[in-house]
Design a protein around this ligand. Structure first.
Ligand code: FAD
Ligand code: DHB
Length: 394
């Protein structure tokens, strides 16, 4: 088999890259270890930055998102038992976030790809990358029938997430990795209940962080800070509700509506970056190259920003033979990556309870939260980062 760009992984990064390349007339093949049903059902992110929304709209895959996604022009920080609103749109010249689940984005991208006749090979196994230092690198894999296949490519995009095979292909002496693991996780649930708030609530409490998000008027997405070693059974329903009510209690009488919990999961929290995001003809994008803790809602958005830059660079190469944008891909992408790394770390540090926290640290967190909600300059900094920096700044 032969293609122009071999793409490993059908997450948001791989699928969006394939789509953006197809719009430019560049051929690609997407390889994915899981089934279509599995990738379309995995519950993950929910917040799209303005730039991600614009990119999906401009590339003609935004139709359902425009109908079903929920645009939010503000976000709530809750502490001391009260809500404090950050006016996202007012502080950023009209930008906003859109709540639209990651698996819905995946469904839209898979459909767009298959409708246009673009190949996605699901349920492949034993994927490996060969001949990276040559002009014709290859991806070897077993197809879903167990036959060994080799895909020869001009370029390979490693979009296979944090645990994928692409990043380890880069010799360890040629890559530098930066990691921070947080001493807590998030327990996430989906619940059948009416929403208790019109905008997302990020809540700080001495017992730990919690987050009130949504999926539709009838389905809510809630998270609470937990022990990183917890498993779904650590959290019977009664314990979840008791903890959420305690962490969200306040003088304003706010109370979440309870309902049937139909999905539970624990999310690890880490920061990670590999530099550079390229080795020879292999380009890394999305979680394969970097991870952020979910507090800033940046992971999926960074994946979209990476592949936008990569599609442009490959587009320039195939149109004119010029390689400058391919050469600068890693440096360009890493500027946004490190901004998002800092923002996600900062939001996480401000909003979570650290087990070794002293009363001094707790007071500092409260002071920071007050400053962010009372100072227009500080609120603007949060708002600009949360809605996402415009792509023309890349
Ligand atoms: P992935 O989504 O991990 O996709 C990689 C794909 O590659 C997978 O389908 C995998 O099966 C496949 N694969 C792996 N290995 C191989 C292989 N060897 N061969 C072929 N295929 C392979 N981000 C946000 O922006 N906003 C949010 O609100 C947000 N909230 C989050 C909440 C939670 C609970 C979690 C877990 C994450 C959240 N994120 C959020 C992060 C976001 O989900 C990820 O950053 C995003 O999925 C990254 O996309 P990706 O395509 O790079 O990687
Ligand atoms: C959601 C996830 C996040 O990580 C976040 O910061 C906000 C919302 C969500 O899944 O809705």
């Amino acid at each position: 088999m032969r293609t122009q760009v071999g793409i490993i992984g059908a997450g948001p990064a791989g699928l969006l890259l394939a789509h953006l390349l197809q719009l430019r007339g560049i051929e690609s093949v997407v390889l994915e270890t899981r089934s279509r049903e599995d990738i379309e059902a995995t519950i993950r992110a929910g917040v799209l930055e303005q730039g991600t929304v614009d990119l999906l709209n401009e590339s003609d895959v935004g139709e359902r998102m425009r109908r079903e996604g929920m645009r939010h022009e503000g976000v709530i920080l809750r502490f001391g038992g009260e809500n404090h609103r950050i006016r996202l749109s007012e502080l950023t010249g009209g930008r906003a976030i859109t709540v639209y689940a990651q698996h819905e984005v995946i469904r839209d991208l898979v459909k767009a790809r298959l409708d246009r006749g673009g190949p996605i090979l699901f349920e492949v196994k034993d994927v490996s990358v060969l001949d990276l230092d040559t002009k014709l690198p290859k991806i070897r894999f077993h197809d879903r029938d167990g036959a060994v296949q080799e895909l020869a490519c001009d370029y390979i995009a490693g979009c296979d997430g944090f645990h994928g095979v692409s990043r380890p292909t880069i010799p360890s002496r040629l890559r530098k990795e930066f990691t921070r693991v947080y001493p807590f996780g998030w327990f996430g649930i989906l619940v059948e209940a009416p929403s208790a708030t019109e905008e997302l609530i990020y809540a700080y409490h001495e017992r730990g962080f919690s987050l009130v998000s949504t999926r539709s008027p009838k389905i809510q997405r809630l998270y609470l800070q937990c022990d990183p070693n917890d498993v779904p059974d650590s959290w019977p329903d009664a314990r979840i509700w008791e903890e959420l009510h305690t962490r969200l209690a306040g003088s304003d009488g706010f109370r979440l509506a309870e309902g049937r919990i139909f999905q539970k999961g624990v999310i690890a929290m880490r920061s990670f970056v590999v530099e550079p995001m390229r080795h020879g003809r292999l380009f890394l994008a999305g979680d394969a190259a970097h991870i952020v803790p979910p507090t800033g809602a940046k992971g999926l958005n960074l994946a979209a920003a990476d592949v936008r830059i990569l599609a442009q660079a490959l587009g320039e190469f195939y149109a004119s033979g010029r390689k400058e944008l391919l050469e600068s891909y890693s440096e360009t992408a890493l500027r946004r990556v490190w901004r998002a790394e800092h923002f996600s770390w900062w939001m996480t540090s401000m909003l979570h309870h650290f087990h070794d926290e002293s009363p001094f640290h707790h007071r500092l967190q409260l002071s920071q939260l007050r400053n962010v909600t009372e100072s227009r300059a500080a609120a603007t900094m949060l708002a600009e980062n949360y809605v996402g920096l415009p792509f023309d700044k890349d």
